[in-house]
Ligand binder design. Structure first.
Ligand SMILES: C[S@@+](CC[C@H](N)C(=O)[O-])C[C@H]1O[C@@H](n2cnc3c(N)ncnc32)[C@H](O)[C@@H]1O
Length: 266
């Protein structure tokens, strides 16, 4: 079901060569990995979500359920010290958003969970029902860049507790907003998902490890889906002295909105 984003561009940018090892840090439904294997690359892949690993079982890849923040340790476990390319396709797969019933989307009713890794302790319900109003304002501002953070937090505190995404969406929809591009729940859901899965810290942790693991000339390709992620990737690639930026201008896709940045190890 998941349609790999910018598939030809990602595969091109990784310069896949016969027999070389590639690390797919976000296996998802295996779409990018499948293409790397077709081109003769050897894929080692990881994902935090055990359901993702089940989906790629038939592909006979070497896989592990792990968080990419631990990339170096996982690669060493596999006996890998230098690889030809590394891919990070951030965010979630269509299967997770639409079918897993873990409350990632404001568009489908489900439990307020949002853990990509089911072993995590804190759910979206814990945050939305447990944080103080000021903490919710900060959460919506920092991880959602939500302009109405204050009125949203106030209304949410008044209407809680919430058990399901539907209940939360209805409370959000009850507030008056100026005309905006997104549904009013979009940024609140983004903020909760980032916080539950610690997404930005995971990204900051993996980038330097990925550069260390690349062989000279090896490529790092990162697909980001919102400006908070892309800013981290852009600044990292600009400042990392062991990396040459390959694409002066990133490749951008419209639907879904995604930004592809690529660096090459010096
Ligand atoms: C957009 S999907 C990848 C889709 C894949 N490239 C494809 O073509 O099918 C992102 C995947 O990354 C996983 N993921 C998110 N954060 C992760 C992390 N910190 N460590 C490992 N996997 C992560 C998600 O569980 C999800 O399966």
């Amino acid at each position: 079901m998941h349609k790999s984003v910018l598939l030809p561009e990602v595969i091109d940018s990784l310069k896949v060569r016969l027999g070389k090892v590639y690390l797919d840090c976000t296996l998802g439904s295996g779409g990018h990995s499948r293409e790397i294997v077709e081109k003769g690359g050897r894929v080692y892949g990881l994902d935090v979500d055990p359901e993702a690993l089940k989906r790629v079982e038939s592909m006979n890849l070497i896989t592990k359920q792990a968080n990419f923040k631990d990339l170096k340790a996982v690669a060493y476990e596999w006996g890998l010290t230098e690889v030809g390319g590394i891919l990070l396709d951030l965010g979630l797969s269509t299967e997770q958003i639409e079918t897993d019933g873990r409350g990632f989307s404001w568009q489908t009713d489900g439990p307020l969970d949002m853990r990509a890794d089911p072993s995590l302790k804190v759910t979206a319900a814990d945050l939305i029902n447990g944080l103080g109003e000021g903490e919710l304002v900060k959460l919506f501002k920092i991880y959602g860049e939500e302009p109405q953070a204050k009125s949203l937090a106030k209304a949410i505190v008044k209407a809680r507790p919430f058990k399901t995404t539907g209940e939360l969406v209805r409370a959000i929809e009850a507030i008056k907003y100026p005309v905006r591009r997104h549904h009013p729940a979009t940024l609140v859901f983004q903020a909760l998902r980032i916080a539950v899965n610690d997404e930005l810290n995971n990204l900051k942790a993996v980038l330097p490890q990925a550069v260390e693991l690349l062989e000279p000339g090896g490529r790092l390709a990162v697909l980001s889906f919102h400006s908070l992620e892309d800013r981290i990737v852009k600044n990292f690639m600009r400042d990392e002295s062991n990396l040459k930026i390959v694409l002066k201008k990133p490749v951008i896709s419209d639907r879904p909105h995604a930004v592809l940045r690529v660096g090459e190890k010096l």
